[in-house]
Design a protein around this ligand. Structure first.
Ligand SMILES: NC(=O)c1ccc[n+]([C@@H]2O[C@H](COP(=O)([O-])OP(=O)(O)OC[C@H]3O[C@@H](n4cnc5c(N)ncnc54)[C@H](OP(=O)(O)O)[C@@H]3O)[C@@H](O)[C@H]2O)c1
Length: 261
């Protein structure tokens, strides 16, 4: 299947490692040029270099913190200055802290809204005019299964990503006639460094066999997913084959989502 991504220009958030890196790598392998975003310059530059070496694609590093309005503006402005247009926007990064939902003060809530919701609003606002000019575009948000199947202690993400789903569904209606789609992916447990931090020992990437067994017991497929299994759906949603899919919420979770829809 030709995904027709050759020559497309992508902006991918959280692209120095994990799910974002897998997305950037796959889009680059399919012929897209990729502006890659993360805060830490050195791992980001290394990731860009690796992807260019392995795929031959053009990459461009943009060091930015998507929790800051000015950085979001800078991401889309720099990508436009460097590549001339934006065709694909992948909203992905880290996540707010865990804890009982009643324990968070206004500042923690404000930060979570800036990180999970306002970054999507701002980056989309920055990328849309280029897509509208060309009459074609794809926006994909990476959230989490917990956004549609909440789990205790994930409240800041659950509440703010629910906002992302509401924003995206509404926007999908308003841009439906312009050749631009927006969809949201809700990953279940995926093997990245983050999984060790959140569900394992607290050390990135480290998870002991007992913790792993507990986690996989809750997954019908009996295993944790791979970043490429998220990237594959992103690439499909970015392709013309997915031109009739917009405003959707897709769970990629080894069968874990426990509901009919
Ligand atoms: N892994 C899972 O099991 C799983 C499951 C469901 C949902 N998710 C969600 O999927 C997303 C990606 O997860 P992951 O596992 O790939 O995480 P990861 O391995 O920790 O990677 C996160 C990426 O985002 C960047 N980042 C973090 N905060 C940022 C910020 N404020 N501004 C700009 N870049 C930022 C990081 O680089 P810097 O630190 O240099 O900024 C890194 O490139 C997260 O939102 C996560 O909650 C993950």
């Amino acid at each position: 299947m030709d995904l027709s991504l050759k020559g497309k220009i992508a902006v991918v958030g959280g692209a120095s490692q994990g799910i974002g890196y897998a997305i950037a790598h796959l889009l680059a392998s399919e012929g897209a040029s990729v502006a890659m975003v993360a805060r830490k310059t050195e791992p980001l530059n290394e990731a860009c270099q690796r992807i260019t070496e392995e795929t031959g694609a053009k990459t461009f590093a943009i060091a930015a913190d998507i929790r800051k309005a000015g950085d979001c503006e800078n991401i889309t402005r720099s990508a436009l200055e460097h590549f001339g247009q934006i065709d694909l926007l992948i909203n992905n990064d880290g996540a707010p802290p865990l804890g009982e939902i009643q324990s968070f003060d206004d500042l923690a809530w404000h930060r979570a809204v800036e990180q999970n919701l306002m970054s999507v609003v701002r980056l989309t606002r920055g990328a849309l005019p280029s897509m509208q000019k060309n009459g074609w575009g794809r926006i994909v948000n990476i959230t989490a299964l917990s956004a549609i199947q909440p789990i205790a202690r994930f409240g800041l993400s659950v509440a703010t990503w629910a906002g992302v789903i509401g924003y995206s569904k509404t926007l999908s209606l308003e841009i439906a006639s312009q050749g631009i789609t927006i969809n949201t992916i809700c990953p279940g447990r995926i093997a990245t460094r983050r999984i060790g931090t959140v569900f394992g020992s607290g050390t990135p990437g480290q998870i002991d066999p007992e913790q792993l067994a507990q986690m996989t017991n809750q997954i019908p497929m009996g295993r944790i997913g791979e970043p490429n299994e998220i990237a594959g759906l992103v690439a499909f949603l970015c392709s013309p084959w997915a031109g009739y899919i917009s405003g959707s919420v897709q769970h990629v979770d080894g069968g874990r989502h426990a509901s009919l829809i």
